[in-house]
Ligand binder design. Structure first.
Ligand SMILES: *Cc1c(COP(=O)(O)O)cnc(C)c1O
Length: 491
């Protein structure tokens, strides 16, 4: 896919590393809504707003681009320095360099592996990038540990508070809670479907007893939880009164923070002098969208390969050009059991030449009809930019078993879906699979495949003995609003 270079940056000063790392002017980058009806906002406003009020998602007005010299300077640097350099143009001057450097340093200091996101080689041309060394053992920590600190920083400056309300089917809840636990400026209310998350996932939420953390075990499904959250955000008076905010993957700051590990991995494998490909296990399209953003920034990526489980709407859309809803079937990679990938709209906006009206019209037709056939040119651009494949349940187990046998490495079911797809993909360049969860988060599937139950890391070894706290509530929006009102100090 070709990308228009919307802004060319000066080539950096005379080879000085320090100048290249921090010499970009705060270019005051602003953000547009994909539906085209909103005024451009700065990074801090986009961070707190989450979804745009016209129903669209925020995207940067222009894509920052790094020259080869600028990428090269970052090679071999610690993760937090790469994070600073990649995020600085997106922050657009609304947070000082000193503060951004401190926030990135603090966020990535809590990770338990010194490389933060280490690479492991599985095969001559196949690698995994381990994204499970954070506090809740899934890739969501990599963005949310920073996003929680960005929230706190911006709120403290403004002297205001927010109430984060979210729904989780498993991994966003724990990572979101871990990101804001103990914050003086944030209360979090997290809804999970009672009895429908894994025990590890539930305990990672309910054993957090901090006074600003409120878990709701809803009598219903994940979709009920999500609908209830949407209803609360849709009530603008309620939303404003309690200063509701979101940390789900439609928040732009999460996507921006995820760009960092693609850059980190590509540099380790020789970028910008060598290209790489990535294969990403995909649900809401947030993670792979960050890889696409890295490519738009000039990182030399040969192929981006989208891997889905049998809930394969995204893979079908890429392969056929028609986006068509089917029911959701539960799988052993539950974080990808998704009907509609909300972040896909950001890609549609780019493919439509950044036309907000056209994007809104396409999304509206899809919502109404349950299917949408992309115009040929648009599908051509999509298929040029992305490969895709799906992986069934038996293949997931077989892949966990074969990787274990061949390499001794234990991978989780989400990673296995992507390894299966990567092995069948065409790529001259090495393929890096995003390994999105620690195997001990999904012990039943891993035990079924390998005969061995994976162990939690030492810092979570007593998870099953810790006391839990959650409030059981019926699937009733009025009752949920009462609960939020009683616990929101942001009013
Ligand atoms: C959330 C999640 C995914 C899917 O990521 P998206 O950004 O929604 O595409 C994949 N694997 C795991 C383990 C996850 O938690």
């Amino acid at each position: 896919m070709r990308h228009k270079t919307l802004s060319r940056l000066p080539a950096g000063g005379g080879g000085s590393n320090v100048a290249l790392l921090s010499g970009r002017s705060g270019s005051h980058l602003r953000y547009l809504s994909t539906r085209g009806e909103e005024a451009a906002l700065a990074f801090d406003d986009v961070l707190l707003a989450g979804l745009a009020r016209d129903g669209g998602l925020y995207v940067p007005q222009t894509w920052p681009r790094f020259s080869s010299a600028e990428w090269r300077v970052l090679r071999g640097r610690p993760y937090h320095e790469i994070a600073f350099a990649v995020l600085k143009p997106y922050v657009g001057g609304v947070i000082t360099d000193a503060d951004l450097a401190r926030l990135t340093r603090e966020a990535y200091a809590v990770f338990t592996h010194p490389a933060v996101a280490p690479l492991k080689q599985l095969d001559a041309n196949l690698w995994t990038m381990e994204l499970f060394h954070g506090p809740t053992l899934a890739f969501k920590d990599y963005a949310l540990q920073l996003v929680g600190r960005l929230f706190d920083h911006v709120l403290a400056k403004r002297g205001t508070r927010v109430t984060i309300v979210g729904a989780t089917s498993g991994d966003t809840g724990p990572a979101g809670i871990a990101a804001v636990v103990g914050s003086k400026n944030i209360d979090i209310v997290m809804l999970h479907p009672r009895g429908r998350t894994s025990e590890v996932q539930r305990r990672q939420m309910t054993t957090v007893l901090a006074p600003n953390v409120h878990n709701v075990a809803l009598d219903g499904t994940f979709d009920d939880c999500q609908d209830a959250v949407k209803a609360m955000f849709g009530d603008l008076e309620f939303r404003d009164r309690y200063s509701l905010s979101a940390v789900n993957s439609i928040n732009w700051a999460r996507v921006a923070a995820q760009i960092v590990y693609y850059v980190h991995a590509a540099l380790a494998l020789g970028a910008p002098d060598r290209t790489v490909s990535f294969c990403v296990p995909t649900g809401n399209f947030g993670n792979v969208l960050a890889a696409d953003a890295a490519r738009r920034m000039g990182l030399p990526i040969e192929r981006l390969i989208v891997a889905t489980n049998r809930n394969d709407i995204v893979a079908r859309t890429i392969l056929t050009g028609t986006m068509a809803l089917e029911g959701v079937a539960p799988t052993m990679s539950p974080s990808m059991d998704i009907q509609v990938s909300s972040n896909f709209e950001r890609l549609v906006f780019e493919l439509a030449g950044r036309a907000g009206r056209a994007t809104a019209a396409m999304m509206a037709e899809f919502r109404k009809e349950g299917r949408f056939k992309f115009p040929q040119g648009l599908h051509g651009a999509l298929a040029e930019g992305f490969g895709a494949g799906a992986c069934g349940e038996a293949e997931t187990l077989a892949t966990i078993a074969s990787v274990r046998k061949a390499t001794g490495e234990t991978i989780d079911p989400h990673t296995a879906v992507a390894v299966h797809v990567a092995k069948r993909a065409k790529s001259e360049a090495p393929i890096v699979v995003a390994s999105t969860a620690h195997p001990a988060k999904f012990p039943d599937a891993v035990e079924k495949a390998t005969g061995e139950r994976p162990k939690l890391p030492a810092f979570l070894a007593d998870l099953y003995d810790r006391p839990e706290r959650a409030t059981d509530l019926p699937n009733d929006v009025a009752k949920l609003k009462e609960f939020v009102a009683a616990h929101a100090r942001g009013a």
